[in-house]
Design a protein around this ligand. Structure first.
Ligand code: NCD
Length: 310
């Protein structure tokens, strides 16, 4: 494995499978009453969040703590960043504190890449602008594997605001590495221009793709990143691209419904679909902790897991 995890493209098939297999082992810890391993005792993990986050931030913190690392949580609000301190000076401060890993979420695409040139520890991208979110893709793949088995040849449909979604890009890259066939579905205005070069199919017609999908992953409509009208009305968007009960009925019986959260209930996904047994949305959050434990463990060179878990 490389020293940093910045893009899902940093992972070879073997790396990705190693992370998923390690997460499977670590999941056993999460089922115990004492959910803790001594593996990263004495190591420091800094969570550096310049953008809002609920799930990702909490799960990185839980993951590092379950491995006994010291965790420093930094958020831009309330720090000297609001006084105009640059990313570089923030990075040098962390470096002086001896961070072994820095988990960064930033509004600018490419920020983790820059950070990696300034710090000695491992950098983990927890979402940069509209670019990538590799640990979300890993936890999604982990969730799919648990429900469906191997991802080889599986048909995965990702629906919605692809243009603003770092989750979609990381998932396309990782899932294709793992042998799945990915189709992106969105209105033409919500595809990035570069999508033609991504390893996936594209479609504008959700109803045509649903019957052939093993997984349907809905994306949030990211209003906070929209500076123009990308679709006529919310109702119109929902009617063409929202996942409701009738559309779920067109999916194969075993097919699952996913969403990275946060959801716009009633817009891209109907509340009854989000809360149905086919939905893995809550599992995805739980799996986020185990998958991020595996990432931190492998990047920080944890000792042999076999010996730790017995
Ligand atoms: C996503 C994100 O922040 O990129 N959420 C997450 O990490 N769980 C998706 C989103 O914001 O819609």
């Amino acid at each position: 494995m490389k020293r940093h995890l910045i893009s899902a493209a940093d992972l070879s098939r073997d790396d990705a499978l190693l992370i998923l297999d390690t997460a499977d082992e670590l999941a056993k810890i999460s089922e115990r009453s004492i959910k803790k391993l001594p593996t990263l005792r004495g190591r420091t993990v800094v969570n550096l969040f310049f953008e809002d986050s609920t799930r990702t931030r909490i799960s990185f913190e839980a993951a590092a703590k379950r491995l006994s690392a010291d965790v420093i949580n930094f958020s831009a609000k309330g720090s000297s960043v609001s006084k105009g301190e640059s990313l570089k000076d923030t990075a040098l401060t962390l470096e002086a504190m001896g961070a072994d890993a820095v988990v960064i979420r930033h509004g600018a695409s490419g920020a983790p890449h820059r950070l990696a040139t300034w710090v000695r520890g491992s950098v983990v991208n927890a979402g940069d602008g509209t670019h990538e979110h590799p640990t979300q893709a890993l936890l999604d793949a982990f969730t799919m594997r648990r429900r469906l088995g191997s991802l080889d040849g599986r048909k995965i449909t990702i629906v919605g605001d692809v243009l603003h979604s770092r989750v979609a890009r990381s998932n396309v890259l990782l899932l294709s590495t793992l042998g799945a066939e990915v189709t992106l579905v969105a209105p033409p205005t919500l595809f990035p221009v570069s999508v033609d070069s991504w390893p996936c199919q594209i479609s504008y017609d959700l109803d045509a793709v649903l019957p052939k999908s093993d997984v349907v992953m809905m994306l949030r409509v990211q209003r906070e990143r929209m500076n123009a009208a990308f679709f006529p009305t919310e109702r119109e968007y929902s009617r063409r691209y929202g996942l409701d009960r009738d559309r779920v009925a067109r999916m194969p019986d075993e097919a699952i419904v996913m969403h990275p959260g946060p959801m716009n209930r009633g817009m891209e996904i109907a509340a009854e679909v989000a809360d149905s047994p086919r939905s893995t949305i809550v599992e995805q959050v739980a799996n986020g902790v185990t998958t991020r434990m595996a990432v931190l463990y492998l990047l920080l060179g944890g000792a042999d897991l076999g010996g730790e878990i017995q």
